[in-house]
Write a protein that binds this ligand. Structure first.
Ligand code: GDP
Length: 259
């Protein structure tokens, strides 16, 4: 294997992303910038920021053991080396969203997607919930299409972490409720979108496939995140908070398991 420093050097020198990368998505205000700063700092004083404004080089802190190291002894000195990865930040603003979605369709060593949500801004009937669900729906649909069209570049499995942020606020929904609220909202979205497509005839004659834009299990009444497993997309929801007394352990562990 190539030594890590060489890996980093090659990345820097050629602009090729050779480090594993994690894509960070989510509506604006969900805490992406804050999380990026925290992850970049990590527990390692010598982390460097890459040239590219959207790719930040991070390292998994000591204590959060990467998945491939699971069976190593605690006393094994290799546990002290930081696992490096790139965190790709993306603008959450609606108009800039296509940049974020491009990274999904054209990934370089993409290991997973973190979709950050503001758990304190997800009350039923809230505009925040609707917008968040809308964005998540688009991200999952894009992944579903990519995984199901058998593209040679498509990975066998893609992991998505819905990181329910701002758990320090008392108005924040617990992770289980964040999950069910998003599922309920996407259920509604799915129906209204497919109806819209039928009405406009958009899908007519589209190489005979009229199911392309339906997220999850065909014919299902309720959308469940678990329906994505059929497309080898594993979605998890975990709570945490970035600011204040930061609690991002579950997210770190999830990242570690993907590296
Ligand atoms: P971005 O638009 O997704 O990049 O979000 P920012 O990182 O700019 O965060 C938006 C706002 O939420 C800022 O005022 C942050 O200080 C705040 N914020 C981010 N994470 C947390 C958190 O875990 N708890 C609380 N209470 N506020 C947070």
């Amino acid at each position: 294997t190539i030594p890590l420093f060489l890996h980093t050097f090659i990345f820097r020198a050629s602009g090729l992303v050779s480090l594993p990368s994690i894509l960070l998505l989510g509506p604006s205000g969900s805490g992406k910038t804050s999380l990026l700063t925290l992850f970049e700092r990590g527990a390692n004083a010598s982390t460097h920021t890459s040239q590219s404004p959207i790719a930040v080089e991070c390292s998994l802190p000591v204590g959060a053991i990467a998945g491939t190291d699971k069976y190593r002894s605690i006393n094994d000195p290799t546990n002290l080396t930081h696992k490096k990865f790139l965190l790709l930040d993306t603008p959450g603003h609606g108009k800039l969203r296509h940049h974020a979605l491009e990274t999904i369709t054209n990934p370089q060593n993409l290991k997973g997607v973190i979709f950050l949500v503001d758990a304190a801004n997800m009350a039923t009937g809230d505009e925040g919930l609707r917008q968040t669900a809308d964005y998540l729906h688009d991200v999952l649909l894009l992944l579903q299409k990519r995984m199901s069209n058998g593209a040679s570049k498509a990975p066998k499995e893609m992991a998505v972490l819905i990181a329910a942020n701002k758990m320090d606020l008392f108005t924040a929904l617990p992770a289980a409720l964040v999950k069910s609220s998003l599922e309920t909202e996407i259920t509604k979205l799915r129906v209204s979108r497919s109806k819209g497509l039928l009405d406009s005839g958009v899908n007519m004659g589209d190489d005979g496939e009229d199911n392309d834009d339906w997220l999850g299990e065909m014919g299902s009444k309720d959308f469940k995140l678990s329906q994505m497993e059929e497309f080898n997309i594993m979605v998890e929801v975990a709570g945490g908070n970035v600011t204040g007394n930061a609690n991002v352990e579950k997210w770190w562990k999830w990242v570690g398991d993907r590296l």
